[in-house]
Design a protein. Structure first.
Length: 172
């Protein structure tokens, strides 16, 4: 009940997850989690990254503007922790059919970020969908004990998997 996909192209995975969430919500699936929104304001600077908390109007900034010449990670770990808190709270408050996490990345490979939220959802039989870059695939497979399903980066096939998993989770 844990699946991931890898999409090529800058922001492609974020856009696909957002479309998956929208499609599932339109079909009545209670989707919780986060999708990433990237905002470009200046071509000379890297985009701003926000997480849209699904099922709410919350938008949490997870990137830092470190200046035009800055190198290295721009992740704002406090922003990420805030988003994790909102998702944890939502999972405790209502009947979630599916958890979507914007990506299984470095933070999750290091035991941080949304890793505990994913583990909790799986323990509660809530299906989880995420994206994962090639550099973090081994960490995701290690975390999942090899039990994660790799899906093609295709809207129809991902939605089909999600609907099948949520139907299974609803069985007594």
């Amino acid at each position: 009940m844990f699946a991931f996909f890898t999409a090529s192209g800058r922001g492609a995975g974020d856009a696909l997850l957002a479309e998956v969430a929208k499609t599932l919500e339109e079909r009545g699936v209670q989707v919780r989690g986060v999708v990433q929104c990237n905002f470009e304001f200046d071509p000379a600077r890297r985009c701003q990254m926000d997480l849209q908390v699904l099922g709410s109007d919350k938008l949490v900034r997870i990137s830092q503007d470190r200046g035009i010449h800055a190198k290295g990670c721009r992740l704002d770990t406090q922003g990420l922790a805030e988003a994790v808190f909102h998702v944890e709270t939502a999972l405790k408050e209502d009947g979630t059919d599916l958890l979507i996490i914007n990506k299984f990345g470095k933070q999750e490979c290091d035991g941080e970020g949304f890793r505990d939220v994913i583990g909790h959802a799986l323990a509660e039989d809530v299906p989880v969908l995420t994206s994962c870059g090639p550099g973090h695939r081994d960490g995701l497979l290690e975390f999942s004990g090899g039990m994660a399903t790799e899906l093609p980066a295709d809207l129809a096939q991902i939605v089909e998997w999600c609907l099948a998993q949520t139907a299974l989770a609803r069985l007594p």
